[in-house]
Design a protein. Structure first.
Length: 281
């Protein structure tokens, strides 16, 4: 009979739990609450908040007169300034680990480094970080690093949810593009812990199930890590996407989840898999 094992570190991180708690407290005080963009990259959680009256807006002006939550990924200084002008209250749920990246790029730029951000261009966190060092360049791969012009001093930060393997490859390529390289590893503790636990479990598992939004960068990286070690890896958003034939013949089924996935969602999926394969929880 198959055994279902949840990774030692998986699911909602400190930053996401803190943000959800802040929104919950505002809703309980009967405040009109909006979030600037989806609070987290988990469509099911965002739908749950919408059913409690939490509105997603795309500009601070759309939330004029309401309380506006700045989400975990952070915002640009301009968006924050506008929010403070037009909203009745600003609830800053920016994760402290993201704020550290903002401080790091500001420091590197001030010290004269050509700043390089390793991450996904266009991701809300990277957009926010870039606004703190507008001269910075964003790269997502070693290939993109190889195309950068030579600079005397380069300073590197990395999107909090990036994989360490990508950072290593980019840093390796950047060494040839400058005389001095200063790397600030800003991958957050939750991300590195989740990735390590995912790899450990995927090495032993016959099938891996990775739970989290398809628009979630950290969940997508977890699925990539798992798939390299366990080809039978499935990225899902909820238990209703599970399919019995995935588990046929499997002895060990690993479950992990991105940093935006609450524990209840992980437990639902694990229970549904156990029911499919007949394992006692
Ligand atoms: Fe903060 Fe890391 Fe969670 Fe992002 S993944 S919210 S940086 S703790």
């Amino acid at each position: 009979m198959a055994k279902v094992v949840i990774a030692e570190e998986a699911g909602a991180c400190y930053g996401v739990e803190r943000a959800l708690r802040m929104v919950q407290e505002a809703v309980e005080k009967n405040e009109k609450v909006c979030t600037l963009g989806p609070l987290i990259h988990n469509p099911r959680v965002v739908d749950g908040l919408a059913s409690r009256g939490v509105r997603v807006v795309s500009t601070p002006e759309e939330a004029a007169g309401s309380a506006l939550v700045l989400r975990t990924h952070g915002v640009t200084p301009d968006e924050e300034r506008r929010a403070r002008e037009v909203c009745s209250k600003v609830i800053d749920a920016t994760c402290p680990f993201v704020k550290k990246v903002h401080q790091a790029v500001e420091r590197l730029a001030k010290d004269g480094y050509q700043v390089v951000i390793v991450g996904e261009a266009g991701h809300p966190e990277v957009v926010g970080t870039l606004a703190h060092a507008p001269q910075a360049t964003v790269i997502a791969s070693a290939k993109e690093a190889e195309r950068l012009p030579h600079a005397h001093r380069m300073g590197v930060v990395v999107q909090t949810t990036q994989s360490i393997a990508v950072l290593r490859e980019c840093v390796g390529a950047l060494l040839a593009r400058c005389d001095e390289l200063h790397v600030v590893n800003t991958i957050c503790e939750a991300t590195s812990g989740h990735q390590g636990a995912c790899a450990k479990l995927a090495r032993q598992a016959d099938v891996m199930v990775v739970i989290g939004g398809r628009n979630s960068a950290n969940t997508t990286h977890l699925a990539e890590i798992a798939r390299k070690l366990c080809p039978s890896t499935h990225h899902i958003e909820g238990a209703d996407e599970l399919s019995g034939p995935w588990f046929s013949g499997a002895k060990l089924i690993g479950v992990t989840a991105g940093a935006s996935t609450p524990a209840a969602q992980i437990n639902d999926v694990a229970a549904a898999i156990r029911a499919m394969v007949g394992e006692q929880a």
